[in-house]
Design a binder for this molecule. Structure first.
Ligand code: C2E
Ligand code: CA
Ligand code: CA
Length: 524
């Protein structure tokens, strides 16, 4: 409803802006989704890596500790060097302690000792096959938190191995893998947590917010929390930028397309500039021999978006938009470009029919344009016939002057579409035409409507009396051709003889053995 009150230009602006905004929003949100998805996949893969690494690490460690179990029944002095060596070869292990009846009696770091395990780690549950604790430090490294693991001897509840492990392992792998993707991680064992942010033990309740991912290591009371911003400000910036760029582009493109659509004048001028116009040639044959006597040039427009636009439509548009002069100018240039090739396949004296719109005929540039065109064509080869409709003859005096000038310059004139306008017969006596082109409406009525034949008869009789050559347009059947020939029509043109052809097809037809240049059998 609103658009009715707006000017077309404002309408175009509004539509383009709307399209731009919609595309911007779409592109921006798609980008947000893509970033979100890829970040989420990255977090999944990090947490998976951590899980695999730690599961593998602890299962190796457990195996080592199972191997150490027999040492629990030995004297510390005898096995301490062995124990020290084992600790040295186990990655991240600070110390192994051998525990007999709840008392730690041998350390891989300090040798023989005699301390009840409950005293060392108050809350460790030695009745469990495997238990774990986080420690604020160990005797040798009191300021560095450690992870402690207990592996019970399968044969005796109070015997087993205790190990302290450096906690720097996980952050190390993570940080080295993807530095800026996450902000911190935390290890959580029962009711204590160790975060890379504080490096001292805290209550898991005091950990900041929800982790973005977490994993429980299989068979152990150990959890790993991964913290990251699910969204970074640079992601927002990037999505915004992409949205703005896409929106601007879409807005510009729609502005351009809509302007063209609403401005046929610009579209035609752009079409000329971008070579969207081309020409086709339709042979005209002598009625008695069916040999080619000339061609009519017909213009075509292949628009990149709208496709083929019929000449009736764009010629009309060009006239109303006052661009018929540049368009015909372009047409003449296209013909001049083809002229050397046409000269090779058409004998000297061949007629070259050009459609001239009334608006161009009366334009100031007309005479210059034609003189220039004649100069650009091969000398003394073509007889240029200007096809002009009755519409061009409304201004009698002006038309008469132009016709005289054309004849002086050696151009011939055909009255086109004869019989479609009013008072046609008057024109025939008033102007000096060389050819009369009978409209295809008459031709197509031959054999179907007996009523039209007398009209056509009258026209042909008058033409003969005025010594006008006649060309029948739109000959589609041999019956029509036969009738026209019998009634003394001089030239024939139509699909029965040949459709309008692009230059290459015209050349190919010329090169064929049985073609209209020699036989004119209507097989084309
Ligand atoms: P026109 O001057 O009467 O051109 C003849 C039209 O009849 C052409 O249509 C041609 O393709 C068509 N035609 C030829 N033989 C047959 C046939 O056997 N059966 C039927 N049904 N049609 C046949 P086209 O090319 O679509 O052109 C339509 C009109 O556009 C032309 O009518 C002419 O008035 C105009 N036009 C075409 N090119 C130009 C041009 O370069 N300048 C100007 N001012 N007008 C042009
Ligand atoms: Ca014509
Ligand atoms: Ca015609």
């Amino acid at each position: 409803m609103l658009t009715r009150y707006l000017s077309p230009r404002r309408n175009i602006w509004l539509t383009s802006i709307l399209i731009g905004v919609i595309v911007a929003l779409l592109a921006g949100s798609i980008q947000v989704m893509v970033i979100y998805h890829s970040r989420s996949e990255r977090f999944d893969s990090i947490i998976d890596n951590v899980n695999v690494y730690l599961t593998e690490y602890f299962s190796q460690l457990e195996k080592t500790m199972v191997g150490l179990q027999p040492l629990v029944n030995q004297k510390c002095e005898n096995i301490v060097s062995d124990l020290t060596a084992r600790a040295a070869f186990s990655p991240n292990v600070r110390a192994f302690l051998l525990v007999k009846e709840g008392v730690a009696f041998c350390s891989s770091a300090t040798g023989p000792m005699n301390t009840p395990l409950v005293q060392l780690i108050p809350h460790l549950d030695t009745r469990k096959a495997v238990d774990m604790r986080l420690l604020p430090g160990t005797p040798m490294m009191p300021d560095n938190a450690a992870l402690a693991m207990w592996v019970r001897n399968p044969h005796d509840d109070n015997d087993g191995i205790f190990v302290s492990i450096n906690t720097n392992l996980t952050p190390y792998i993570l940080y080295s893998a993807r530095q800026n993707d996450f902000s911190s991680i935390a290890l959580v064992v029962n009711d204590t947590a160790l975060s890379t942010l504080t490096n001292r033990l805290i209550d898991p309740q005091n950990l900041r917010a929800e982790p973005i991912r977490q994993v429980q290591i299989k068979g152990l009371p150990l959890k790993v929390y991964l913290y990251a911003n699910s969204w970074l400000s640079e992601n927002t910036l990037f999505s915004l930028l992409l949205g703005v760029v896409c929106g601007l582009l879409a807005g510009l493109v729609s502005y351009y397309v809509l302007t063209l659509k609403s401005d046929p004048r610009k579209a035609i001028l752009l079409g000329i500039k971008n070579n969207q116009f081309y020409v086709v040639y339709q042979p005209v044959v002598k009625a008695d021999t069916l040999r080619i006597s000339g061609i009519e040039v017909l213009m075509r427009w292949r628009h990149p978006v709208a496709g083929e636009i019929p000449p009736d439509v764009f010629i009309n548009l060009a006239e109303t938009q006052q661009v018929i002069v540049p368009l015909t100018h372009h047409l003449l240039a296209l013909i001049a470009r083809d002229a050397p090739a046409l000269q090779k396949i058409l004998p000297a004296g061949s007629k070259l029919g050009l459609n001239i719109s009334p608006a161009h005929l009366h334009a100031d540039e007309f005479q210059d344009d034609l003189q220039q065109f004649a100069a650009s064509m091969p000398a003394n080869h073509f007889n240029v016939v200007l096809e002009i409709t009755e519409r061009a003859m409304i201004d009698k005096n002006k038309s008469l002057a132009i016709f005289d000038w054309l004849h002086e310059q050696g151009f011939e004139i055909a009255i086109d579409d004869f019989g479609t306008g009013h008072s046609a017969l008057i024109y025939l006596e008033r102007y000096k035409f060389d050819y009369l082109k009978i409209d295809r409406g008459f031709v197509q009525a031959i054999g179907t409507e007996t009523v039209t034949s007398p009209v056509l008869d009258a026209v042909l009789t008058l033409s003969r009396r005025l010594q006008l050559m006649t060309v029948a347009e739109g000959v589609e059947t041999p019956e029509q051709a036969e009738w026209l020939r019998k009634h003394g029509v001089n030239f024939l043109q139509g699909y029965w003889l040949s459709r309008p052809l692009p230059l290459e097809a015209l050349i190919a037809a010329h090169d064929e053995p049985a073609n209209y240049f020699s036989a004119g059998n209507g097989s084309l």
